[in-house]
Write a protein that binds this ligand. Sequence first.
Ligand code: GDP
Length: 187
Amino acid sequence: MASASPTRAKDIPAKIVVLGESAVGKSSLALRFVRRDFIPNQEATIGASFLSRSVSLVDESPPVTIKFEIWDTAGQERYRALAPMYYRGAAGALVVYDITSADSLRKAESWIGELRRNADPQTVVVLVGNKCDLESMRQVSIQQGQDLAEKEELLFYETSAKDGTNVDALFTNLGKTLLSRGVIASG
Ligand code: GDP
């Protein structure tokens, strides 16, 4: 799939992998971030290539532009263990669950284990409780998400790919964390 924004020489690339149970909204989140839109009932996979979007962090000194290269699982989550190359070189990882599915939070815990076994220890992991627009169907409290994130030392956000809540904030904060931890470097 074509890149949403052209790469400029000064952009810092950051590979981000997206993990989680099927139908939690991984592809929708990636598409919301890259295309700033929600595409309902889209095909389960976005394909083998990745989506990308460059984001300028203007309050960094000097300002930097991060090119997020987002790798979706392309429907392979059923096979549990993804190829090690999927994780290789990942600066960040989103472990996504659906706040309307307690089971998807349990599955997120096993994805965190999968990441610990396969990803570089410095990979910054964000626990993401998606579909927060579906408040009336909520099965997972914010506290439960926060508790897991704290226990595993992860960043935490609740998001809605549907209405866009917290999607840009998540990536902006992830970018800042990648810089402050030296996972990616400017210049
Ligand atoms: P994936 O299998 O994890 O990539 O999940 P998809 O992105 O294919 O989404 C699965 C279903 O959930 C689709 O019908 C989406 O339209 C829907 N969906 C995804 N994100 C949201 C969200 O934030 N809110 C709501 N209400 N539905 C969502």
